[in-house]
Design a protein around this ligand. Structure first.
Ligand code: NAD
Length: 475
């Protein structure tokens, strides 16, 4: 069993000495994978002190030098990529082939894309008699979840470091491999001590970090329930916050759209990483006339997604993270059964592999807008199909939850799709299957969060504008 028992503080690894730990299991076999040792408030104090001490020199070395460090970190992470893809696959259950591409290659590319902003981003702006300089916020507390562990660490650390901030990262205690790699990458890249500090821990450690007086900003990704608490704690000291939270994203299929493409793309989005994706499209909104055809197409699309061993190259759907996660998802399915919705695929009695935290990909049709299934984030492979009679109703359904992270619109033509996209309260809307753009702002309306990650929007989160007014000859 692996022992994840090291923090990374002030450029050195140090033993976690608290005695508290969580055991994690291989998602596909349920065999123990290792133990994550949890830190203490004292470890947080040490890490924040190191970040604070490292701040002035890190700001002084300048943007280009910081960008070089980001490139070096990307190279180091890439060199460990194969092992990391395998470890993340074991931790969270994502099929290995996808894990390599999505859990490792994409974040490595994001480190490089963020570094490249050093060449184009305007840090100093002239506005009349003001010179506005974008200055780093200071010491950043980064708290991340388990579902895309390296991706979420990257979304915070790469822009924070480029901005000139120093960081204390508290990664999820349920997916430790990515932060273990990051420690090695910081060493390999020769990152100055204290610029990145990593403290292993759970809610208790997260709480100490969020409330630490020398932390200027809290960048949090996780559930809306925890995000609310964290934001309230941070508000006590008026810390800057960035919150990337949950979602219940919808695809709206307009009359005349390519229903077959819409269904395939929605099913693929909903079941990616076994539904353990914040921006997964988990509601499919179709016209009542299209429902019978949609039902058929959904059943076909689900049948074409093999579930099984994540190490098998043909697997599209793996297990969930843990027994607890499986229980949570099954409770949503049990509720949907009780509500009597039209089961199109999966369900409680669907056959799944005997070992591993599997839940069969499940779809219910004719789901009511008020139901739990239509409103709560499941974070598992469960899709709800809702029907509308008029387009206005479809838009109201899409906007009808407290979330607003992502959405999709399928239309007969791009213009019609964009009109409806502009009516949706979501941070990211794809029209007719348009591809993901890593440079576009990613984040949510409503209870899906505050702030944005990605591209220049993600960088600006870690910068404060300082305006200096200068006397001009006309004054
Ligand atoms: P979670 O909220 O349980 O935990 C997230 C992080 O917060 C973990 O590191 C955890 O240890 C820490 N934490 C827990 N309680 C805390 C507290 N009281 N104070 C400080 N820190 C605390 O979320 P999770 O189960 O790890 O991740 C799944 C959730 O994350 C889903 O809701 C998903 O939608 C969301 N998510 C959102 C995005 C996004 O970009 N919007 C991306 C990925 C995941």
């Amino acid at each position: 069993m692996i022992q994840w028992n090291e923090h990374f503080i002030n450029g050195a690894r140090c033993q976690v000495g608290n005695g508290r730990m969580v055991r994690i299991h291989d998602a596909a076999t349920e065999a123990p994978l290792g133990e994550v040792h949890l830190g203490s408030a004292g470890d947080v104090d040490d890490a924040v002190a190191a970040a604070r001490q490292a701040l002035p020199a890190w700001q002084r070395i300048g943007t280009q030098a910081r960008a070089s460090m980001l490139y070096a970190l990307a190279d180091a992470l890439e060199s460990m990529g194969q092992a990391l893809a395998r470890d993340i696959s074991r931790e969270v259950g994502m099929p290995l082939k996808l894990s390599q591409r999505i859990q490792v290659d994409a974040p490595v590319a994001a480190w490089r894309a963020t570094a490249a902003l050093a060449d184009t981003f305007t840090f100093v702006r002239e506005m009349g008699n003001s010179r506005v300089t974008m200055v780093p916020v200071g010491v950043v507390a980064a708290i991340t979840p388990w579902n895309y562990p390296l991706h979420q660490i990257t979304g915070k650390l790469a822009p924070a470091l480029l901005a000139g901030c120093t960081v204390v990262l508290k990664p999820s205690e349920l997916a430790p491999a990515a932060s273990a790699c990051l420690m090695a990458a910081c060493e390999q890249a020769g990152l100055p001590p204290g610029v990145v500090n990593i403290v292993q821990g759970d809610a208790e450690v997260g709480h100490s970090l969020v409330t630490h007086p020398d932390v200027q900003m809290v960048s949090f990704t996780g559930s809306t329930a925890v995000g609310r608490k964290v934001a309230a704690l941070a508000a006590g000291e008026m810390k800057r916050v960035s919150m990337e939270l949950g979602g219940k994203s919808a695809a709206v299929v307009l009359p005349g759209a390519d229903l077959s493409r819409a269904v395939k793309a929605t099913v693929a989005s909903c079941f990616l990483n076994s539904g353990q994706t914040c921006s997964a499209i988990t509601r499919l909104i179709v016209s009542r006339e299209d429902y019978p055809k949609c039902r058929e197409l959904v059943a076909e699309a689900v049948a074409a997604m093999p579930m099984g061993d994540p190490a098998d190259a043909s697997t599209r759907i793996g297990p969930l993270l843990s027994a607890l996660q499986r229980e949570r998802v099954l409770s949503h399915i049990a509720d949907a059964e009780q509500a009597g919705f039209d089961r199109i695929a999966g369900g409680l009695d669907a056959v799944v592999p005997a070992r591993g935290y599997f839940v069969a990909p499940t779809v219910y049709g004719n789901v009511s807008a008020e139901s739990r299934l239509a409103n709560e984030e499941v974070f598992g492979p469960v899709l709800a199909v809702l029907c509308y009679d008029a387009v206005e109703e479809a838009i109201a359904l899409a906007n009808g939850t407290r979330y607003g992270l992502a959405a999709a619109v399928w239309a007969a033509d791009e213009f019609g799709g964009e009109v409806v996209a502009n009516a949706l309260r979501a941070g990211q809307v794809d029209v007719n299957g348009a591809r993901f753009n890593a440079a576009a702002p990613f984040g949510g309306f409503g209870m899906s969060g505050v702030g944005r990650e990605g591209g220049i929007y993600g960088l600006e989160e870690f910068l404060e504008p300082r305006a200096v007014q200068l006397p001009r000859s006309s004054d």
